[in-house]
Write a protein that binds this ligand. Structure first.
Ligand code: SF4
Length: 293
């Protein structure tokens, strides 16, 4: 479609609202925690959910920023986040990896180098961020946790899990979690059908600030290689990312009938947080990195 600036903005907001409604991601009285890093996707999520939520008097929104502790990367985005939440008068919580385990991500990566552990920075970051977001969202009474994964992220994750033959993670990619636990705030992804290019354009057209610096650990990530492959494929096959998402959407009901994991969550025997193994991934990681239980 060829759209003018105004129609493009309206069309993107409508697409997000349609995704929310299609998967019943939100209810009228939800208290929604938004993971707000200051990057383009989370900023779009914040602005659009803020507009949508204003139409529902019994719902409310707050934001969470997780500071991984990556030198020279997170500081600027934190300033952008503080500015935007102040401008919209939105409750905001800031939590860091240092609060969580006493170390920044940079320090943990340094430990992996010293101990010659084959653990990528993004693996540590992913495990810790998921835990931190759920913890803060739960502590502040959220009934939903919205994160800014866009179509590109979802397509990359589908392909990555296929290449790793990881059916369990593929299964858990569902747009609204089918696995539930009282301590787990359900995560929703209202941008799952929005291409990354469109999130940038939405902010650019409205002159909205966002943090555009790339994390220094990105080049080490498998996701980066998958991103390059998909972008190359997309140049000649414009629907390739949507097709991957549709493939997953068609596969998911089959996986639900034959789940590749036990359909229950339990509490970690060490820390009590939600997990589907006896010891959660966070505790295993902390054991490996810090030798402490
Ligand atoms: Fe974390 Fe990796 Fe993303 Fe950097 S690129 S913020 S290390 S997940």
């Amino acid at each position: 479609m060829k759209l003018c600036r105004k129609c493009f903005i309206t069309s993107l907001e409508k697409k997000i609202a349609k995704t929310i409604s299609k998967y019943s991601m939100l209810q009228e009285n939800d208290r929604i925690a938004i993971g707000l890093s200051g990057g383009k996707d989370s900023m779009v999520l914040f602005h659009v959910l803020n507009k949508i939520e204003a139409r529902f008097p019994h719902s409310d929104i707050f934001t969470i920023t997780i500071d991984e502790g990556i030198k020279g990367y997170r500081d600027e985005s934190l300033e952008i986040v503080k500015g935007v939440v102040k401008q919209h008068d939105i409750e905001h919580y800031h939590y860091s990896f240092k609060d969580l385990c006493g170390h920044t991500l940079d320090e943990l990566v340094q430990i992996t180098t010293e101990k010659q552990l084959q653990i990528l920075p993004c693996t540590i970051c992913g495990v810790m961020r998921r835990r931190a977001l759920n913890f803060v969202a739960r502590e502040h009474g959220a009934s939903k946790l919205a994160i800014g994964h866009n179509l590109d992220d979802e397509a990359q994750t589908v392909l990555m899990n296929v290449l790793r033959a990881d059916l369990e993670r593929l299964y858990r990619l569902d747009p609204i979690p089918s696995l539930k636990h009282p301590d787990l705030v359900p995560r929703i992804k209202p941008l799952r059908e929005i291409p990354e290019k469109e999130t940038s354009l939405y902010l650019y057209y409205q002159n909205l600030p966002f943090h555009s610096v790339e994390c220094p650990y990105t080049p080490q990530a498998l996701r980066r290689q998958i991103q390059t492959i998909l972008n190359d494929l997309e140049a000649k096959n414009p629907n390739i990312k949507f097709s991957l998402l549709r493939f997953f959407d068609k596969l998911h009901p089959i996986l639900q009938e034959h789940p590749p994991i036990t359909k229950t969550f339990k509490s970690c025997s060490r820390c009590g947080e939600v997990t589907n193994t006896s010891i959660c991934k966070y505790c295993v990681l902390i054991d490996q990195l810090l030798n402490k239980k």
